[in-house]
Write a protein that binds this ligand. Structure first.
Ligand SMILES: Nc1ncnc2c1ncn2[C@@H]1O[C@H](COP(=O)(O)OP(=O)(O)OP(=O)(O)O)[C@@H](O)[C@H]1O
Length: 316
């Protein structure tokens, strides 16, 4: 088995004088679910298209499924583009079989798989519905199934959750996990952090055209300190000296950030101090918080991905 299903190195794209993607490198481990996150206009779609060989990069290169050029492994890849579109006169079952046939899947087998995907997702009632009669979200689910019906080894989904209601979003999460369990590698872009947080083994954050973070969701969350909210049983202003710098009073409670390794020592100090505990919560930052933090740093002119520099330096 190949270690990486996507190996993108230094991908760069200009539109006129505007650098839409700047030296983006990415390695997607085979069998993983990988998220490309970023604000609107960050360069996610252009990066994915370069990885798939749909857009030619001005610099850099992309290899898929064990070092192959993207054009030679098209039939082993499934792609949901950002622009949605199916033939409106086709029924769902035919649309799915048609998309499979474009990737070399036998028509009858495609119809058969269409039916089992649709029933597994609870969508069997629309299987013989024409696309033009479907809601946009339902048509998107059909297109999604069509993009994976040929059982590709690599699945690339551009903003697959956008436009779906919560029930269909859950169905899609289930589908992504199911495909991963089958052995496929899934790469998807999103700016909705909750999906990435639940699904992804690793993520890359792209902002202002460049990669700003790469790693696990936990590593991204660990960029920020946890937040403590502590309510003592006593009302003693001297308590502030015992708490980390930056502790602020919020009614009866104190609120402050705390690093991972400082939690237990703090609890020991509180216990020994005799101020007691009337309330205590320690909240880990969510991926959303880490994302906002990284994007704000970039907007303020600070590059948040030291590893990106390390890669460039080691290649120099
Ligand atoms: N064909 C094009 N011609 C000119 N500019 C383009 C073209 N395609 C994309 N851009 C610009 O390149 C930048 C990156 O676009 P891209 O679609 O890759 O971002 P994105 O991260 O996918 O954004 P979104 O989340 O809004 O879809 C944007 O500023 C966009 O306006």
């Amino acid at each position: 088995m190949n270690d990486f299903s996507v190996e993108a190195k230094g991908l760069t794209k200009y539109f006129g004088a505007f650098r839409a993607v700047d030296q983006v490198s990415l390695e997607v481990p085979t069998g993983s679910i990988y998220g490309v996150l970023g604000p609107n206009g960050a360069g996610k779609t252009t990066s994915l298209r370069m990885m798939l060989g749909i857009v030619d990069p001005d610099a850099g290169e992309s290899r898929l499924l064990g070092g192959h050029s993207p054009q030679t492994v098209r039939h082993r890849v499934g792609y949901l583009p950002e622009e949605r579109g199916l033939y409106p006169g086709m029924k769902a079952r035919e649309a799915i079989a048609f998309m499979g046939a474009l990737r070399g899947l036998d028509w009858a087998e495609g119809r058969h798989r269409a039916a089992s995907f649709m029933s597994e997702l609870g969508l069997e009632r629309v299987i013989d519905e024409k696309i033009r009669k479907m809601s946009k979200g339902m048509a998107q689910m059909v297109q999604l199934i069509g993009s994976i019906v040929h059982a590709p080894d690599l699945i690339v989904l551009d903003e697959p959750f956008s436009g779906l209601d919560p029930v269909n979003q859950e169905r899609l999460e289930m589908l992504v996990r199911r495909e991963r369990d089958r052995g496929a590698t899934i790469l998807f872009s999103t700016h909705v952090m909750a999906h990435a947080e639940r699904l992804c083994d690793r993520i890359a954050i792209i902002a202002r055209s460049a990669r700003r973070f790469e790693g696990t969701v936990d590593a991204a969350r660990a960029l920020l300190p946890m937040q403590v909210r502590y309510t003592p049983r006593t009302d003693d202003p001297a308590l502030a000296q015992m708490l980390p710098a930056g502790a602020e009073r919020r009614g009866e409670a104190w609120q402050f950030p705390i690093e991972n390794d400082a939690v237990e020592p703090l609890l020991a100090r509180i216990t020994a101090s005799g101020h007691g505990v009337a309330g205590l919560s320690i909240v880990r930052p969510a991926l959303h918080d880490a994302f906002v933090h990284i994007v704000r740093q970039v907007d303020a002119g600070f590059d948040a991905d030291p590893e990106a520099d390390a890669i460039e330096e080691s290649e120099a």
